[in-house]
Design a protein around this ligand. Structure first.
Ligand SMILES: NC(=O)c1ccc[n+]([C@@H]2O[C@H](COP(=O)([O-])OP(=O)(O)OC[C@H]3O[C@@H](n4cnc5c(N)ncnc54)[C@H](OP(=O)(O)O)[C@@H]3O)[C@@H](O)[C@H]2O)c1
Length: 326
């Protein structure tokens, strides 16, 4: 009998320990809940994952939310679901395919045609990861660099005046800790990854580009004395979303199956994953630190090269040149 008691105690302690560990990995939670009535928020890739949760939470807080998505059926389904759950009528779908700069330009035109005067928060969230074979975007960029960085670069450039028209404009860029993982630099000699392709390295470079974009834009804002716009980047954590859809196919799922319980223990459910971008959208403007990198609802240091400032400037010039036709 006593033996059973020991086993029961061991079982309960293990469950409690695992629960605490899991809570630890879920990370920080946004504590700011100001009403967003009268605010307009644009979120890219908002039909799924982190973008969807952010859209739902921000709609709940009273904001008008535009879900900028590449697929009308998925985008509209997300809008309907948010309207049903939040009872907000200020939620809308607009088409945006970041893989195609013509589509980004069309989004800008369509947005202006709606007559909105300002964008309070532009959340550049959409992303793709670790494509197993090299693919290119419509205009020929390596696809992850094209979608995750170049498409967003053009979007921010075209919509900047609208963000500047907001009293407290925010640009929130979803980067990743992957910015420091598989490559620590921009692949200047082979920007399109044509010589050797590795999906993780290309993803890493696209996320480093997000950090560089943020740093460089913050610098420009400061140089120009624009203090009503701030830009930040962030890492949401390792989150259970559809992001791994390209890397976890067929036999790879089978190979990974032994570590799946560990993955579940150490990764965040999507609601927790969205907390850092919600923190950046909802914390008092004065507290948001321009140009900084956030993780778990707090500023964290990125891991950057010694010559990052030079690289960030070079990437800005490269990107500006790449999108100048639009
Ligand atoms: N999940 C993580 O562990 C993690 C960690 C670090 C960083 N991140 C970053 O978090 C962001 C959101 O990812 P997630 O985890 O929420 O992944 P997700 O569930 O796969 O959602 C990605 C979203 O991006 C959209 N998207 C993909 N390509 C697009 C394009 N060409 N044009 C417009 N939208 C496009 C997707 O639309 P479709 O449904 O139409 O494909 C989807 O709505 C990404 O930038 C990712 O790099 C995620």
């Amino acid at each position: 009998m006593e033996e059973y008691g020991v086993y029961a105690l061991l079982g309960v302690s293990t469950l409690l320990g695992l629960g605490l560990l899991n809570r630890h990995f879920n990370g920080g939670v946004n504590v700011h809940k100001p009403s967003q009535e009268g605010k307009l928020i644009v979120i890219t890739g908002a039909n799924a994952g982190l973008g969807y949760v952010a859209a739902e939470e921000l709609a709940k807080s009273g904001a008008r939310v535009i879900l900028a998505c590449r697929d009308e059926a998925r985008g509209q389904a997300a809008v309907n679901k948010i309207k049903e759950k939040t009872l907000s009528q200020h939620v809308e779908y607009m088409n945006l395919d970041l893989d195609d700069l013509d589509s980004v330009a069309a989004f800008n035109k369509a947005f202006r045609a709606k007559g909105y005067k300002k964008i309070d928060t532009l959340m550049m969230n959409a992303g793709i990861m670790a494509l197993p074979t090299r693919e290119t975007s419509k205009q020929g960029f390596e696809k992850q660099f094209g979608v995750n960085h170049i498409g967003h670069f053009l979007l921010a450039t075209l919509l900047f005046d609208k963000v500047k028209a907001a009293p407290e404009g925010r640009i929130i860029v979803t980067s990743s800790n992957a910015h420091k993982r598989w490559t620590k630099t921009i692949n200047w000699d082979d920007m399109g990854w044509e010589k050797t392709y590795n999906g993780f390295q290309a993803y890493s470079m696209s996320k480093l580009s997000n950090v560089y974009f943020t740093r460089q834009l913050a610098k420009k804002l400061e140089e120009k004395g624009i203090d009503n716009v701030k830009v930040v980047s962030l890492h949401p954590g390792v989150v259970r979303t559809e992001l791994g859809r390209y890397m976890m196919t067929g036999w790879k799922w089978f190979m990974m199956s032994p570590i799946i319980p560990l993955f579940f223990l150490c990764s965040k459910p999507v609601w927790y994953g969205a907390q850092t971008q919600l923190h950046c959208a909802l914390c008092p403007f004065a507290e948001l630190e321009n140009g900084k990198y956030y993780s778990d609802c707090a500023v964290k240091a990125e891991t950057l090269n010694d010559n990052w400032e030079e690289e960030a400037k070079k990437l800005w010039d490269y990107s500006e040149n790449a999108v100048k036709k639009w």
